[in-house]
Design a protein around this ligand. Structure first.
Ligand SMILES: [Zn+2]
Ligand SMILES: [Zn+2]
Length: 159
């Protein structure tokens, strides 16, 4: 069975990036469970494997990955940029209580790659915000006074 580390190296090579140990570990961490990490959390997690890793290096490595289409920066969390190890466009649910970002596997009926009002659409991203089912079940509602589910205003095709 191919390991996640080997898979990360394979993806790096396929994208024309030299597959160093450090890069493979970083890519593996972005793609791993607890997905959509912020730099801060990712850095803390990675220090166990790469104790010498600086935040600056991590940032520039993620920038490189983003340029090569290996990761996607997400601007759904008002506090910080989050990184997605699945670069293909898909929808997200952001929990305003626990701040997790979850992938939502639905097809958008109004906007898909093609043309809208004469504009060429290359990517469609839907952002939903509210309380995740774990927070709803666990009663961790203290931070979540405003419960709303809506698409990002930037992506309303009828606006
Ligand atoms: Zn939650
Ligand atoms: Zn995602």
């Amino acid at each position: 069975m191919i390991s996640n580390r080997d898979e990360s190296k394979r993806r790096l090579t396929a994208s024309g990036i030299k597959p160093t140990f450090q890069r493979a570990v970083i890519l593996e961490a972005v793609r791993g469970k607890n997905g959509h990490p912020a730099i801060r959390d990712l850095h803390a997690r990675l220090l166990r494997d790469v104790p010498t890793l600086s935040k600056t290096t991590l940032y520039s490595t993620l920038e490189l990955f983003a340029r090569k289409g290996l990761v996607k920066p997400l601007f759904i969390d008002p506090a910080e940029v989050r990184y997605d190890g699945v670069a293909e466009p898909h929808h997200h649910f952001y929990c305003t209580a626990c701040r997790r970002i979850l992938d939502i596997d639905i097809a958008c009926s109004t906007g898909r790659a093609g043309r809208i009002h004469g504009h060429q659409v290359d990517e469609v991203h839907g952002y939903f915000k509210g309380l995740c089912r774990d927070c709803l079940a666990g009663g961790r509602l203290s931070r979540a006074a405003n419960v709303s589910i809506h698409n990002s205003p930037r992506r309303k095709p009828h606006a």
